[in-house]
Design a protein around this ligand. Sequence first.
Ligand SMILES: Cc1ncc(COP(=O)(O)O)c(C=O)c1O
Length: 355
Amino acid sequence: MSVVKLARPEIQALKPYQAAEQVADTVRLNANEASWTNGADRFRRPLNRYPEVRPWRLREALAARFDCRPERLIVTRGTSEAIDLLIRAFCRAGEDNIVTTSPTFSMYRHYATVQNAAVREVTTSADTDFAIDAGALLDACDERSRLVFVCSPNNPTGATIKRHSLIELLERRDERSVIVVDEAYGEFSTEASAVELLARYDNLVVLRTLSKALAFAGARCGAALGAVDVIALLDAIQAPYAMPTPVVECVEDALGDVWLTEAERRVADVVAEKNRLSTALAKMPIVTRVWPSQANFLLVAVADVERVLDRCRQDGVLLRYFGGDLADCVRISVGSADENDRLLDSLGKACLHKV
Ligand SMILES: Cc1ncc(COP(=O)(O)O)c(C=O)c1O
């Protein structure tokens, strides 16, 4: 049995777009391309030609990085596109819903709204460090809950789902929901990736990105990993030629050993800076709470949020404010040591004076 049967019927029946054939060392008169290369074209593969419909070498390289078979992975324009593809594939407009936690990454709600799918939210509590409760997520599901989004580490709380809770979700929803674990911040976490559960659970999809740990947000490259038939479904609805040649080439380069080793060192630096920042922040009189975080940011509660935001802005430091349940909180991305010092200076001033 497979969760593919949960997908919209017309998507299950959809045949992939038939693109013009691409064969090396042939005269290509089948795709209305230009026959000349533009002087501004500096890439290994000429830009007068369409890219591969799906970049196979890049798929293999990402599969090696994320430790799965290439057939289990689709390369996407950031994790954002994977979220959109999943919701479009599985949710019938006006009928189905997604389930997720709150607060969490707003993109799940955004794309659910685009697809006219309802959003069921399970509130996590500051008092339990925003622990993700599988029981509450299960209670929120009904027969129309096609997708459960679990962001782990969660943006903006930094909390992760415990392995036994994830397994409970996977087993109890079985073939009734796809459980999507968004691991955009996975490299910063001490917890094992859910990727290692893919072989056991066909209803699991894991999202990964190059935007955070690899410092490649501008390239727009991520991946969804899951059962072969689920990946084939996403493949059928993704735009043909989705990954532009310049992106494919620069991501191939970024996945070379030298740059991966550097990225690993940088991730360790970020984690060390996060710990330094967390300790320094906790000592500030204006800071009332710093939550533990497995990501590259900290969620911090402050005594006077407006004063903090104004002071930082005047000093040229931008923080993220969400309001709502997090009305007295700011999310602080971990920057370089110098940037973090600037933040600490600014907060020190906010402790002393009214702005
Ligand atoms: C939890 C989470 N998932 C996905 C994304 C999107 O990342 P990408 O750049 O891969 O689209 C973000 C971006 O901030 C995020 O916080």
